[in-house]
Ligand binder design. Structure first.
Ligand SMILES: *Cc1c(COP(=O)(O)O)cnc(C)c1O
Length: 353
């Protein structure tokens, strides 16, 4: 039986026999071929989606959280704390419950998707909505965790990145080699740092013949890595990447430079267009942040970036059900109210005689 990524990739991770494994059997997510979406983007790409929304709490954060919480447990911590745009809090709250620990989360007031908030609440976390953005929340959490014996489980905790690097192992294990390109959304930049670490380690150990070119995408209103300076008031519909001063800035730059890749941005309009294409063309429902790299691939293809056959993996970082408000607001076909009669239903279907 599959028992989570620490079991699967134990020899690649900083764990010992003494580390208690706190797991919800995360990882080993599907790598789905996306032929219809690929055709809409470029004739040259074989596109695969690494659907991280299939993790236990619905985002890739679980990969890092299993390791971070296992370590916190080993160190005898009883309280976890994080700043979150939503998914980190959902994941931290679930793993804290699993470990019998307390969890405190700081979220930017009014800017967190409903599904994510409900997760933190049902798992019993103390949820504090601050009058400020994610960057301010993270600054506060770092300050408090430096002063008290509380485990900080944001991606500034190196264990988070160690767990998250396993996504690259899984892609290589599934494809038999690294893809030509790996596209993903970039917020606090921990995930692109971790994915590149995973590809690098696997390659160095001879597990893959090649390494991918990393393609990171930010939202235009929250694109510090594209502009080369922090954004004080980040804004985007993709709340998971509404971050103005990424903690793993250097890691993202390294992933870009060492892989010969790029970090670009896409507008909210482009994000919402790609957000609608994914579920309509492929039956895969991912949250708005995941649409950033899809829109990014579309933008690159329009510039002639892909001019010969190549393989592309896009990380779909979180599940679409996390943000039902955005789904309903951007729905192409709104609800149609009909009378409870055969004729009314047939007429609404366009089947009327
Ligand atoms: C956290 C998150 C991101 C951003 O990842 P970083 O490591 O902060 O760059 C993107 N998408 C989703 C769904 C997330 O939860």
């Amino acid at each position: 039986m599959y028992q989570g990524l620490i079991k699967r990739y134990r020899e690649w991770l900083p764990v010992t026999e003494q580390t208690p494994v706190i797991s919800l059997f995360e990882g080993s997510t599907p790598l789905l071929p996306m032929p219809r979406l690929a055709a809409a983007i470029s004739p040259h790409i074989a596109l695969y989606a690494k659907f991280e929304g299939m993790n236990p709490t619905g985002s890739f954060k679980d990969r890092g959280m299993t390791l971070a919480v296992s370590h916190a447990c080993q160190e005898g911590r009883t309280v976890l704390m994080c700043a979150s745009t939503g998914n980190t809090s959902a994941s931290a709250a679930a793993y804290a419950a699993r470990a019998g620990m307390q969890c405190v989360v700081l979220i930017p007031g009014g800017k967190i998707a409903l599904g994510k908030l409900s997760q933190a609440i049902v798992h019993g976390a103390k949820v504090l909505a601050i009058e400020g953005n994610f960057d301010e929340a993270l600054r506060l959490v770092r300050e408090i965790c430096a002063e008290f014996p509380i485990a900080l489980v944001n991606s500034v905790n190196p264990m988070r990145l160690q767990g998250q690097k396993t996504v690259a192992f899984e892609v290589v294990d599934d494809l038999g080699d690294a893809p030509d390109y790996h596209a993903m959304p970039v917020g606090n930049a921990g995930n692109i740092t971790a994915a590149w670490m995973g590809y690098s380690e696997y390659h160095a150990a001879g597990k893959s013949a090649s390494m991918p070119v990393m393609l990171g995408f930010q939202a235009a209103g929250a694109a510090p890595l594209v502009h080369g300076k922090p954004v004080l008031q980040p804004e985007t519909v993709a709340t998971a990447i509404r971050i103005g001063n990424p903690a793993s800035w250097q890691g993202a730059v390294r992933a870009k430079e060492e892989s010969g890749g790029l970090i670009d941005c896409v507008t909210d309009a482009e994000i919402l267009e790609a957000y609608a294409m994914l579920p309509a063309l492929e039956g895969v429902f991912a949250e708005p942040a995941c649409a950033a790299p899809v829109a990014g691939l579309k933008k690159l293809a329009a510039q002639g970036f892909f001019n010969k056959p190549c393989s592309v993996v896009v990380t779909l970082t979180g599940h679409g059900l996390k943000d039902p408000d955005t789904a309903m607001q951007s729905a192409a076909s709104p609800l149609v109210a009909v009378a409870a009669s055969r004729d009314a239903v047939l007429q609404a279907m366009g089947f009327c005689a």
